[in-house]
Design a binder for this molecule. Sequence first.
Ligand SMILES: Cc1ncc(COP(=O)(O)O)c(C=O)c1O
Length: 488
Amino acid sequence: MIPDSQKENHPLLFEQGAPGMCAVTLPMLDVPTTDKKTALPAEMLRSTPPALPEIGELDIVRHYKRLSHRCFSVDENFYPLGSCTMKYNPRINERVAAMPGFAHVHPYQLESDVQGILELLYRLRCDLAEIAGLAEVTLQPAAGAHGEMTGLMIIEAYHASRGERRSKVLAPDSAHGTNPASCACCGMSSVSVASMPDGRVDLDDLRRKVDEHTAAMMITNPNTVGVFDDQIVEIAEIVHAHGALLYLDGANMDAILGIARPGDFGVDVMHYNTHKTFSTPHGGGGPGAGPVAVAEHLVNFLPKPQVIQHEDGSFGWDYHRHDSIGIVRSFYGQIGVLVRAYAYIRSIGRDGLRDVAEKAVLNANYLASRLKHRFKIPFPPPFAHEFILVPEFESAGITEHDIAKRLIDYGIHPPTMSWPIHHCLMIEPTETESLATLDRFVEAMLDIADEIENDPSLVKTAPHTMPIKRLDEVAANRNLQVRWQQSS
Ligand SMILES: Cc1ncc(COP(=O)(O)O)c(C=O)c1O
């Protein structure tokens, strides 16, 4: 008989254990249960106890250990997820973040007791401003998307301070979905600007659409098709000529770190995604960090409190910023993530940052040049940190989806799919991968292309090596069952 642990769907915790089994030993109750002050009112008591699993500690440990082996992580294998950047998080960052002086501080501690972490945050905000070529940074936002929202609130406050209400935001058609979503969160409307066949912004379309109602242009540069738009200075001039501001979605900063500074090419506001650029954990829209950098004319609108250095050299929080948009995150931001970002910046230094960008770009271009003979690459090189590839195997009935699933059998995480153009794979190797890993990926892609020619059904039905095989993803999304339900 196959043991449960080897089955595809091994039992849920609720389906394991036996009455009376328990993983904890609770101390004896030392308060009276009948005391009127402490006892729960009768109407709030359940008539039957909740149906919780009764299971021993070892079985719980094995259950979660088994599940953890089903997770795919960048620590285990190549994860070329374009735009969502899964790069290795160096262990030194984890060690630093776990130091008790950082890990155990409490937001309500006196400033005088937490000078160390305050100094770190102050230094981090100065480093991020320097890297951006902008005046000042807030560390409060908890994700890139949250940074976008914060940046738009700052832009709105800026226009309001000039007696203007502007609510139109321009964004190229390759923009990440969070850009229009952030506009909607701020009560602004997003208007799409066309891209040219080479992936850069169509300046004629931009000129047609920008006007005195435009609050800002939100641009990602390099953009989501991996192209650095070298018209960026002209774009900034066009936008500024109409009194609007230029917002940079800095998600792809890892491609230009130490090479170009957004402030120098006309950007007024930008956010970083620390997970994409400074190797911190991501956390699905938070709890990550999305620090926002602004130019001098926007500094007064930054969220408060701001971490500052006093004249006597000590560090503290500044709550007295009258034009501030207010608080966008409880307490001071996602401190553990910020500590990791600081550790990363300091451990690799100025030259290391530039090296990150050069290697990220080199790796992406290496992959593109090795794959271009077998797969269509619709945008012209050179690429920045990622590139788009369109598999053309319709005659064999194979889509990008099938290739992504087959890659799982080769131990490689599927790249981003079907965005920002139809039927594409978006591949981002990051600077952290070795040549051997990149070559292994190329071999896997070429092998899959051979398989499509020889036996397309093998690819069409992949993955074959996983505990869960090909899912009907539409059904899985429409009929989500993520919670155990007691059978009646
Ligand atoms: C281009 C771009 N903008 C914005 C975001 C949103 O960032 P976050 O997931 O940190 O909210 C992402 C995602 O990583 C992105 O790739």
